[in-house]
Structures are given as C-alpha cells and as structure tokens.
Design a protein around this ligand. Structure first.
Ligand code: A2P
Length: 318
C-alpha cells in the first residue's frame, strides 16, 4: 500500500508517483497507462517535458476504460519559466489542462525560481532572462492563488526553491505553498530543508530519486557518482531481497517525503511501485544518512549565462 501525505483541507497525495521528465513520445503514453493499471495514483507532469498531450490521452483512456476515476488520481503539473507574468499564468494552466484533458489539477507548481521572456528557448542568452527583481515570485504567486480561488487547481506549490525563497514566500502568501519539489536522494539529502518544511507544514517531493542517469549529457559531468551503483545501497537492498532502486524509493518515503521515480519500462514501473512494501530499519536509515555528499545532479547551471540575472549563489541562496 502506498502511504499518503495529508493536507490541511483533508486531501491526500500518494507518497509514490510516476515521474515523466525524459519520458519520450510513444513511451510516455504506454508508461502512464501501465502505471495506472498497476495501481499508481499519482502522476507528476510539467509543461516543459513536452509530453502532456500524450499523458492526457493515457489519462482519458484510463478513465473511459474504468481503470481509475479522476478523483482517485493525483495529477501535478508545473508552470514554465516563461509564463511567470501575472497575465501569463492562467493561459499556461489552461494549456496544460487542455493537453492533459482535465478540468482541474491536484497540484500546480512554479517550476523554477527563474523567469524567462515569453517563448524563450535554448540556448539561453542574458536578454532572454528576467531577474526576480523585475518579475518577483510574489507576482507569479498571486496569479497562482487566483487559480485556486477558481477551482482550477486544488493545491499550489513550488519547485527548486531554497529555504530562503520559501521563507519569503510563506511570509507574504495568502495561500501558503504546500509543496516544494526538489532534488532529493541519498547523495543530496538536504536535512535543513527537510526540517524547515516540517516546521512550516510544507511537504517535499523528491525528484531524481534514482539519480536521473538518463538526463541529457549537457546536464552531466564526467566524474559524477552513480547513485544506482552505490555499494552501501546495494548491500541494504540485498538484506531486504529488494533492488537498489527500491531502497532509494523506500528511503524517500521513510523520510516523510513524496517521491516520483521515472520509468518507461513496464517491469521497472512495477518494481518501483513495489518499493512501497520495502520496510527499512532505523539502522538502514542511519547508514544511508552517512552517504550524503550534498551533490546535485540538476545543479541549475543552465540558468547561469554570461551577463544574466542568475548565478548558482542567487539560485540556491548559498
Ligand atoms: P527507464 O525509464 O528505462 O526505466 P530518476 O527517476 O531519478 O529521474 O531516474 C530515471 C532513470 O532511472 C531512467 O533512466 C530510468 O530508466 C531508470 N530507472 C527507473 N526505475 C529503475 C529501476 N527500478 N532500476 C534501474 N533503473 C531504473
């Protein structure tokens, strides 16, 4: 059984969901259908992944075939960086809803604390970036709050936010952010973020929980440690008759976070869901704590361009 994280209004988000970043055309439709048929009830999407229309088809078919109802599913999506302007937020959500063939989202997140000019594409140059002074998060957030008022999304939150940025948002928000979706795994444990969020009634969702080794080469370095090959994780997996991926997923759930492993492979989609049954001991959790390297796989350097408004220091506030 997948546990749930309960919000103050009583809604419950399944702690384990299917990630869809990097799930390509053709694959993602099958992956989402398969996942729902197997019992996944949480699908994590984003406009920028470029695959929401295909996910929408999988959702619509799953509903019409009676595999699941809309109410049983938790669907998250994310506002892209080029739609932070007050007048751009609603149309962006409407595009996502239309692609996903849904009337509402369970959760809508600001994807990055980074603003881009409308339609800006890669490679980025400084003129395509807008600083947070010129287009503050508070402006974008007010437009997000209006979507909740209208019933277009049940919950709103953020992604890739530092504790500093969360703190500022919590202070000014009429509707508090309920989720921060960030990179979390044994090599990037972010304990002070976890503590801050627990104190402020914000849940964390762990992205790249398996180390996202399928991300584009431009987001990789030659010397990076491979999380799925970690010897300590492998030995813990062995004691539970589990796989390393299952230990990584179970670890996230044991920390009280949600987790969204991505797979387009039916056997691994099934294996990852079964991680909900893997029960790690306090000793296992302690052993894994010692693996922290504070090592980001998705480090935000794509937002750092010559003469631009963003640096790694102002992105992560460290
Ligand atoms: P695939 O989609 O072919 O299964 P993350 O969730 O951290 O972004 O990681 C996704 C990567 O991990 C993808 O390359 C995915 O490949 C792979 N993956 C997903 N589940 C498993 C698993 N149970 N064992 C090994 N690799 C996995």
């Amino acid at each position: 059984m997948v546990s749930t994280l309960q919000f103050s209004n009583g809604d419950r988000m399944p702690a384990l969901g299917l990630g869809t970043w990097k799930s390509g055309p053709g694959d993602v439709y099958k992956a989402v259908k398969e996942a729902i048929a197997l019992g996944y009830r949480h699908i994590d999407c984003a406009h920028i992944y470029g695959n929401e229309a295909e996910i929408g088809r999988a959702l619509a078919e799953s509903f019409s075939e009676g595999v699941a109802t809309r109410e049983q599913l938790w669907i998250t999506s994310k506002l892209w960086n080029d739609s932070h302007g007050a007048e751009d937020v609603r149309p962006a959500l409407e595009t996502t809803l239309s692609n996903l063939q849904l009337d509402y989202l369970d959760l809508y997140l600001i994807h990055w604390p980074v603003a881009l000019k409308k339609g800006a594409s890669f490679p980025l140059t400084s003129d395509k970036l807008i600083s947070l002074k010129d287009l503050p998060i508070s402006t974008t957030w007010q437009a997000m709050e209006a979507l909740v008022d209208d019933g277009k999304c049940r919950h709103i939150g953020v992604s890739n936010f530092s504790t500093t940025k969360l703190q500022a948002l919590v202070k000014t928000a009429r509707i508090k952010p309920e989720i921060n979706q960030i990179e979390l795994h044994p090599y990037l444990q972010q304990p002070s973020m976890l503590a801050f969020c627990q104190e402020n009634n914000i849940y964390l969702t762990a992205y790249s929980p398996l180390g996202s080794s399928d991300r584009p080469n431009s987001l990789k370095t030659d010397d990076e440690p491979v999380l799925l090959d970690d010897a300590t994780i492998a030995s813990i997996a062995k004691t539970h008759g589990a796989t390393p991926a299952q230990v990584l997923i179970s670890w996230a759930i044991h920390r009280g976070t949600a987790v969204i492993p991505k797979s387009v492979n039916p056997a691994r989609i099934k294996q990852n869901l079964a991680a909900a049954e893997v029960s790690l001991t306090p000793e296992d959790m302690q052993t894994i704590t010692a693996l922290n390297l504070s090592r980001r796989y998705v480090d935000g350097t794509i937002w750092v361009v010559e003469g631009g408004a963003y640096t790694l220091a102002n992105l992560w506030d460290n």
